[in-house]
Design a binder for this molecule. Structure first.
Ligand code: HEM
Length: 493
């Protein structure tokens, strides 16, 4: 306790120092100058033909952390809005935070616009509410269930690649892959989790996408609590979109209500499990409004991340032609031209290594945040209750301390002996986070990414288009700011 008081006093005495930091933050995050600098941080032609991923990602997506860690060391404290935030760069400390089983490091509060988009679902709920929902939803992601979904994932992918067919053997076609993958992964999650196609889910996806754009644009503004209730032009717009999304989701749920199976269950996909839980007499129960919130969560989390994993993988293989060739050989050896099944996918070791390397270099969730719900001791730090802790995963994934001198290079072979042996710390890869609140959809995402990559590798070779501009941007997940134009060349199929 005494130590804690001393610590708080220390905090107060160095408050002026923090104010300095906030000023740096204001300049670094919100300044027009920063905007101008960021917009010019696109790699030049020469750099693009070299190894753009060799350039630090941090200076584009976490420029303020880069600056502060060079000024104040790897662990530092800053204020964001009214809340103090400690930035933790050490994997062992990150593990301690993320593995806490008692909920002492909870999910922090979210801005209302983000809440409207992603829903108050599994990603954001805390405490017993989270325990209840995770228990209900876990069975939808068992390996047995996921294996059955591979066929559906493959069907959606084949529909997509059939559109890429070009008359004439040597013809080339340019495709904007980021948008293409966004539609594909939306189609896959709509089918596998909700039993509807992209077309039925489209209303909800489109409304969600519009709210996402607003969230990205407004994330640099300081949020004043209470303003979310004012009928401002932007609030009216968000409310309208939110209503539209809710209506679309309700209609998906209602059509399932009319299609109860003979065993009086609603099916064993994600939506079916949630609806069964809504009429459960015993065990955890879900209310209809909770189901709607979970639908929003899974519509978003279930496709946005995987589409960007596929995008960055295509990008890396577009640059590393030797790896593209090695992967194609592996796929043809294990799957031939057949639609891959679970057994075949499990043999695609090189594909798996490349996906892991893509997740490391272009980590999609660039930062994980928690808030201490009690006074906590963390290593030799004392974290007062209500303090945020930020884990800058994108920065840690490029740390030479954990990944060696080639931390900024593309080297999938580092994963040859598995994830835990790839770095100096077994938990250095935090792409799916870790501990009780790790990503529930990670096996789904990896199976989906392998299926899609296998089908593309069987049928096409590709290079980056000369129009590609290398500008990774954090739009809730890491994506190429100007898309990913790829030039594809079909094999005869
Ligand atoms: C490459 C793809 C994906 C990546 C990189 C990814 C990453 C993550 C990360 C880092 C977290 C933890 C966030 C935190 O601790 O604050 C998370 C949580 C979560 N993810 Fe994913 N995810 C991916 C795919 C998916 C898919 C396909 C789904 C659903 C089908 C999904 C659903 C969720 C949910 C519901 C949570 C919250 C889990 C909980 O708190 O219990 N994710 N994801």
């Amino acid at each position: 306790m005494v130590e804690l008081i001393i610590r708080i006093q220390e905090s107060i005495t160095v408050f002026e120092h923090y104010v300095d930091v906030v000023v740096v933050a204001a300049d670094m995050i919100w300044g027009e100058e920063t905007e101008a600098i960021l917009s010019t941080l696109v790699f030049t032609d020469e750099e693009r033909t070299g190894t753009p991923h060799g350039y630090s990602l941090t200076h584009r997506v976490l420029p303020h952390y880069q600056k502060w860690s060079s000024l104040y060391g790897e662990t530092f404290l800053y204020w964001f809005e009214t809340r103090p935030t400690v930035c933790i760069h050490d994997v062992e400390l990150a593990k301690e935070i993320l593995s806490n089983k008692f909920g002492f490091y909870a999910k922090p509060k979210t801005r209302p616009s983000l809440l409207a988009m992603i829903g108050y679902g599994l990603v954001l709920v805390n405490g017993l509410e989270w325990v209840k929902r995770r228990r209900i939803l876990n069975p939808a992601f068992s390996m047995d269930k996921l294996k059955v979904m591979i066929n559906r994932m493959a069907e959606c992918t084949i529909c997509m690649v059939n559109e890429w067919k070009i008359e004439g053997k040597d013809k080339l076609k340019t495709i904007e892959m980021n948008e293409e993958f966004r539609e594909l992964t939306a189609d896959i999650i709509a089918h596998t989790a909700f039993g509807v196609g992209f077309v039925q889910g489209k209303e909800a996806f489109n409304a969600q996408r519009e709210i996402q754009k607003y969230c990205i644009a407004s994330s640099v503004n300081v949020f004043i609590p209470g303003t979310q209730y004012l009928p401002t032009q932007s609030n009216l717009y968000i409310w309208k979109l939110h209503k539209k999304m809710k209506k679309a989701l309700q209609s998906i749920i209602e059509s399932r209500l009319h299609s109860q199976l003979s065993d009086s269950s609603y099916g064993d996909d994600l939506l079916g499990l949630m609806m069964d839980a809504s009429k459960a007499d015993k065990g955890p129960k879900l209310e209809m409004n909770e189901i709607i919130e979970e639908c929003k969560t899974f519509f978003f989390a279930g496709h946005e991340t995987t589409s960007n994993l596929l995008t960055w993988t295509m990008f890396l293989l577009g640059l590393q032609k030797d790896w593209q060739e090695k992967l194609r050989e592996e796929v043809l050896q294990n799957c031939g031209m057949e639609i891959p099944d679970a057994d075949m996918l499990s043999k695609l070791k090189l594909v798996n290594m490349v996906l892991l390397e893509a997740l490391r270099l272009y980590c999609l969730v660039i930062e994980v945040q928690r808030v201490a719900s009690e006074d906590m001791k963390l290593g030799n730090l004392l974290i007062p209750k209500e303090t945020n802790v930020a884990i800058p995963v994108a920065m840690m994934h490029r740390s030479k301390e954990y990944w060696g001198e080639d931390a900024n290079e593309f080297n999938p072979l580092r994963f040859i002996n598995g994830v835990s042996k790839a770095a100096t710390h077994p938990n250095a890869l935090l792409a799916f986070s870790m501990g009780p609140r790790n990503c529930i959809g990670q096996n789904f995402a990896m199976l989906e990414a392998k299926t899609v990559m296998a089908i593309i590798l069987q049928r096409f070779s590709w290079t980056l288009s000369p129009d590609y501009k290398h500008a990774p941007a954090n739009h809730l997940t890491l994506q190429p700011q100007y898309g990913l134009p790829i030039v594809v060349k079909p094999f005869n199929f």
